[in-house]
Ligand binder design. Sequence first.
Ligand SMILES: C[S@@+](CC[C@H](N)C(=O)[O-])C[C@H]1O[C@@H](n2cnc3c(N)ncnc32)[C@H](O)[C@@H]1O
Length: 392
Amino acid sequence: MRPAARIQSAIEILDAIIAAARSGGAPADRILADWFKGNRYAGSKDKRAIRELVYDAIRACGPVPETGRAAMLGLVEERPELRDLFDGSQYGPAAIVDGERVAEGGVAPEWLEDRLIASGIEQADAEALLGRAPLDMRINRLKVPEGLPDLPEPGEALAAPDALRFPTGTQASGWDAYRDGLVEVQDHGSQIACMAVGAQGGETVIDLCAGAGGKTLALAAAMRNEGTLVAADTDRRRLSQLGPRAERAGAAVSAEVLLDPGRELEALEPWLGKADRVLVDAPCSGTGTWRRNPEARWRLSEAEIARYVKTQAHVLAIAAELVREGGSITYVVCSLLDEEGPRQMADFLAAHSGWQAQALDLPLGTERGDGIRLLPSRDGTDGFFIARIGKS
Ligand SMILES: C[S@@+](CC[C@H](N)C(=O)[O-])C[C@H]1O[C@@H](n2cnc3c(N)ncnc32)[C@H](O)[C@@H]1O
């Protein structure tokens, strides 16, 4: 495909992404995959170039743009060399007309930028939320008890003891070490969140919002497969991915528990008051993960954030029922909004006597309320809030 035709294709894909963001439709990645499936003439270089144009244009627009063309013209402001490709040629975009609508730049829609500012996120921190994430991996100590696995590239050692970083765009899915479960793809921040749990072999540990088990596998490794590790979630599809992943990683998960929303404690009855540690990796607005998912900021609403805050309080209350005296809850969100992090924790502590915030001994992060915050700008990780509270 000619470069101009790639631009026009990216514009059409952006139109579909914008419509989906407005209507709660398919995510950008799925729309791209479907477009590639339906347009087989696009070769691998075309696909890479179109994908990059689409994501760069998404990053260039703060609020939801009106059209794909306006979004692409927003990108042209940042990359003037693209202007000449608007040449009106066959399959290319029409020439730019004076006064044509250009999408607004910025980090996010204004109301959301205001919320980030109110949560102490400075301009440079906010801009870094839209950077490109490197590929972080965790060496699976269940399969590589010490040293390094044999990898095609060495990777950079990071602060978390088993973390390695590779350049943005590294494709690890074809690596033997990945296929054999010697390494797991996991953001460095996510690895640090697992460290905060402090899980030890022989304990009873519950991953209450386990999803597809990314953190469950890290907990199994920390526990050296000794003790009781329970993975629970309300989402059947996500939880069903854990089994095959755990098998590949050689991770022992004692029970996978599908929860009925609103009646979670019924299925968790065997562990009431028994857990040494519960990880609550709560559903959240995901404002810390825009590096991977920049279009997510077009989908958020104030009402949705309020719903997340309510669900977070709900899962924390469930966790509190599971922990034994002397045990702890580690609360994690990949959001940088105070209402989902420090304020959520403060509200929990105010409403539940016998619980205290615990100091965290982590290699990265900045104090925020009763926990710590990780930021792409300062820590090179996705954005997270992490706190641990203990029951006396
Ligand atoms: C941030 S994701 C978890 C990601 C996962 N821990 C990982 O590391 O890949 C939050 C999860 O909470 C789950 N969830 C939502 N409501 C829940 C509830 N009431 N009880 C337990 N899990 C819930 C969602 O289905 C989702 O999988």
